[in-house]
Design a protein around this ligand. Sequence first.
Ligand SMILES: NC(=O)c1ccc[n+]([C@@H]2O[C@H](COP(=O)([O-])OP(=O)(O)OC[C@H]3O[C@@H](n4cnc5c(N)ncnc54)[C@H](OP(=O)(O)O)[C@@H]3O)[C@@H](O)[C@H]2O)c1
Length: 251
Amino acid sequence: MKIVVIGGTGLIGSKLVHLLRQRGHEAAAASPASGVDTVTGEGLAAALAGADIVVDVANSPSFADKAVLEFFTASGRNLLAAEAAAGVKHHVALSVVGTDRLAESGYFRGKIAQEQLIRGAAVPYTIVRSTQFFEFLGGIVQSGADGDVVRLSPAFVQPIASDDVALAMADFTLGEPVGGIVEIAGPERVRLPELVRRWLAATQDPREVVADPGARYFGARLEDDTLVPGPGARLGAVTFEAWFARSRASR
Ligand SMILES: NC(=O)c1ccc[n+]([C@@H]2O[C@H](COP(=O)([O-])OP(=O)(O)OC[C@H]3O[C@@H](n4cnc5c(N)ncnc54)[C@H](OP(=O)(O)O)[C@@H]3O)[C@@H](O)[C@H]2O)c1
């Protein structure tokens, strides 16, 4: 099968392209680096010619509220129209667990818009909602950094390694369109400050973590279970410790 991976040069995209090729498929990475821009539409029709499946794992280069909304809106519209014209049979997108509960956040308003466009389009689809990647921990710490302390909501998280995300994406891509949402997460549910304490200790970062129920997550208030999946989620195998050891060894 011919599979086009939009954002195929990114963290998840590059791993997914590799896995799909290993499984014997023709997988192409499409992104601005290869002349395909879903926001302007440049190069899209040519990239999608003859494609059976399109996977969207692109991300907005800017996390500013307006920029994210514009990115996912323009990108989703252009991509789904080009897929309909090319006769694509399955659209697979990577979203975030709890997206519908996070509308106070500008980033998540962008993801909500992306999901709505997919649901309203004619192309059969699967929306895969993942929890936070371990690789994103640095970004979470940065968002809560306040001088010598890191201030974070005590909500639960269930983070997942990008390798497990790519494996799940490969399976859902090659499966039948679900016509709805599936959830994926890591093996362990833990409160966010506890996870970040472990990460700071492992990286010998002396900053103190303060659990603050008022601290927002990229602009959104969190309840205990906002970021964790419901029952039935597919769980990855890689724990925080295994991921950390592996990522340190590859440095
Ligand atoms: N981070 C998390 O914890 C998390 C959790 C759940 C879900 N997600 C979702 O996972 C997805 C992928 O994240 P990631 O970390 O793998 O992303 P990433 O490493 O930042 O990669 C982003 C990709 O998007 C491409 N891109 C940027 N602008 C584009 C455009 N105009 N047209 C086409 N492609 C464009 C980039 O291409 P170039 O290389 O050419 O610039 C790159 O391939 C995102 O949608 C995110 O919402 C993330």
